[in-house]
Design a protein around this ligand. Structure first.
Ligand code: NAD
Length: 354
């Protein structure tokens, strides 16, 4: 696919075309399989909480990990106020590299890829934790992530009906329009309380830089599963603490989630279970049909690593990339300076030929 001095680069345009070639749901299902494969070898990965640079309006984060064979990182921002200026709340790009040589092997936009992998992760958690026979999803927060979340749960978890709520009704209308031909039955609701009625699965994906209360205890019953994905920063949560105290809580990487997730509201040693251990069977998931389960999803580097591995494999078939001249490649590896001087000569030859 590549020579050593160029790096395949997937632009937003090529990512859109790849997603259209394969179909959104197929992409999500495939990425979910890569996530499950990587979660099964969780202990082999280098893991640290992501490195966050906070500002008054948002956060910029770096998310590195490695399984000893491949290395990846993602650059991602979270700025809830951005949509007021016509900018997105979350944008991202990232890179996959060979541990053996340290050379990058893939660089890509990751705004779309993040939406796909976040949806895939919610579906992996929901498939493992939701009550059997769940068909109705309450989807609260109908912005950039929302359609991907709905389609993931349709493709992988048997969801057929989606009840939408957003404080901005035009966001729900946009989401309903986008999902009109998806095969999902869509209802726009006037409140979060109305949206959760009859839903076995609730996904909150709102963006607000505060301790918000999207779900209070009286809104949630038993026999439900919640994916709380919008609370992903210190001081930015979505659930009332009482909901947490009543839930079986599942997280990605506790060290990161205790800083960023809903559980930042709880004591530092409050017991939580790790999703990867549910997937390997080491830890029980849903213990009864009546239980209230919560996936406190903040997004972890291994999910991006999985998405990048998926993309690398998908590109073998699709060719939807361009080559980036990103790695200096002198004829003699130690003659980096000579490479620059030869460029002077080459430019001079070009000038005299012109
Ligand atoms: P977005 O800005 O496009 O959409 C957020 C929506 O939430 C908006 O339509 C807004 O009107 C709505 N909203 C805000 N407050 C609300 C409230 N109180 N009740 C109902 N709706 C409300 O953002 P996005 O890209 O869709 O991301 C949503 C959230 O998910 C963000 O907080 C983002 O940081 C987070 N996120 C998490 C992960 C993860 O892996 N966990 C990945 C990507 C994004």
């Amino acid at each position: 696919m590549k020579s050593l001095n160029t790096v395949p680069f997937v632009s937003v345009e090529n990512m859109m075309r790849l997603v259209l070639d394969l179909g959104v749901e197929t992409c999500i299902e495939q990425i979910a399989a890569y996530i499950e494969e990587d979660f099964a070898k969780w202990e082999r990965f280098d893991k640290i909480p992501r490195v966050a640079s906070h500002s008054h309006e948002g956060v910029i984060e770096l998310m590195p990990t490695s399984d000893g064979v491949d290395y990846s990182f993602k650059y991602v921002n979270g700025h809830p106020k951005n949509t007021r200026d016509g900018l997105q709340t979350v944008t991202a790009f990232g890179l996959l590299a060979s541990v053996d040589t340290g050379y990058p092997v893939l660089m890509t936009e990751m705004t779309l890829l993040t939406a796909l992998r976040t949806a895939a992760t919610s579906a992996v958690a929901t498939r493992a934790l939701a009550p059997q026979g769940s068909t109705t999803l309450a989807l609260i927060g109908n912005g950039a992530q929302s359609e991907f979340q709905a389609l993931a749960l349709k493709a992988m978890c048997g969801i057929t009906k989606v009840r939408l709520f957003d404080v901005d009704r035009s966001a729900s209308e946009k989401c309903a329009r986008n999902l009109a031909n998806s095969g999902l039955e869509i209802v726009i609701c006037d409140s979060a309380q109305a949206a959760v009625e009859g839903a076995q699965v609730i996904t909150t994906c709102t963006a607000d830089k505060q301790y918000a209360t999207i779900l209070s205890d009286n809104m949630v019953g038993s026999g439900q599963h919640i994916n709380a994905i919008g609370g992903d920063c210190p001081g930015k949560t979505e659930l009332h603490r009482d909901v947490l105290l009543r839930s079986d809580i599942f997280v990605e990487y506790p060290e990161q989630t205790r800083i960023e997730g809903e559980i930042q509201q709880l004591d530092a040693d409050y017991p939580v279970k790790e999703l990867w251990q549910v997937l390997t069977g080491a830890v029980a998931g849903r213990e009864s049909q009546d239980a209230l389960t919560l996936f406190d999803g903040v997004g972890f580097a291994i999910e991006d690593f999985s998405a990048l591995r998926w993309l690398r494999d998908a590109l073998q078939l699709s060719g939807r990339f361009t080559d980036l001249d990103m790695i200096a490649d002198p004829d003699e590896p130690r003659d980096l300076y000579g490479m620059v001087m030869r460029e002077v000569e080459r430019m001079a030859r070009e000038r005299s030929a012109a």
